[in-house]
Design a protein around this ligand. Sequence first.
Ligand code: PEP
Ligand code: MN
Length: 311
Amino acid sequence: MIEQLQHTHIDTHRQLQDFSRLCNLPVKAPDVLLYSLERTDGKRSIVHIGDIEIGGTEIVLMAGPCSVENPTQAWEAAIAAKEAGATVLRGGVFKPRTSPYTFQGMGPEGLILQRAIADNLGMRIVTESTGESNTELVAQYADIIQTGARNAQSFEFLAHVGSIAARYDRAVLYKRGAAMSVQEFLWGAEYILAAGCKKVLLCERGTLLSNGHVDFDVEGVEAIKSLTHLPIIGDPTHAVKESRLVRDRARKAISAGCDGLIVETHPNPEQALSDGARALRPEELVYIGDDIVHNMDSRRTFCGNARVNKD
Ligand code: PEP
Ligand code: MN
């Protein structure tokens, strides 16, 4: 038996040919990234979400709570996001928690609440689908479907999200796994793209670096920018453990060339049901605009206000 296994040759090229035929794709060698590498025309892709363009000259700010908890908290966090210049409201309703005994999210009720708040404020929403059972529901309500770091190499799930996103014409915010190489990250994105979704936003959210710490991967972002045409969003919140470090990582993300940021805020971080220690207070979030304006490339613009700089 063992001998048989040792001689089993997995023919990845044949598998890819079968896969390509099934998906009606041109057949390429197995080590070729079909969709996520640089475009042949050398241009960067712009992902349109309503009238928001991601990957062009405008830097986009996505902000909101880690989790949608109740109507008052969700509304106050959304107002904070809007005042800081965010055009996309974030907020998890299906939460991928490390412990099964902590808050798992409000579920569908939270999704309806977040949609109503965003419509009221003229914002778009991004929220996570944690598994196949909630992808379609998320696609029905959200403009951008987030896939989490913990699911970054759940390939079947990524392909599923890609096909649902294509069907509903939604974008996917694909977060990098905390221990994934750039190459692995691009292969993961490829699963979403190959399933039919062409609106993929990559997201760097803190990676295990060579110094043994998880932190914002500046060099990774630079490599990704040079390798692919896809927009990349920086998440300075999950890259650190404490909120006092978020602004520094936001600046680094923008200097590295990110096309936008996704940042967590909470009206009362001490009471937050998830990620309270990393959440910016509304009065801290407004200064993220400074970090964007003072660190972005001169060809870029940001629709929020830069305030008087204050650390
Ligand atoms: C989140 O966005 O709240 C989240 C859980 O992020 P990540 O998957 O990057 O840990
Ligand atoms: Mn969070």
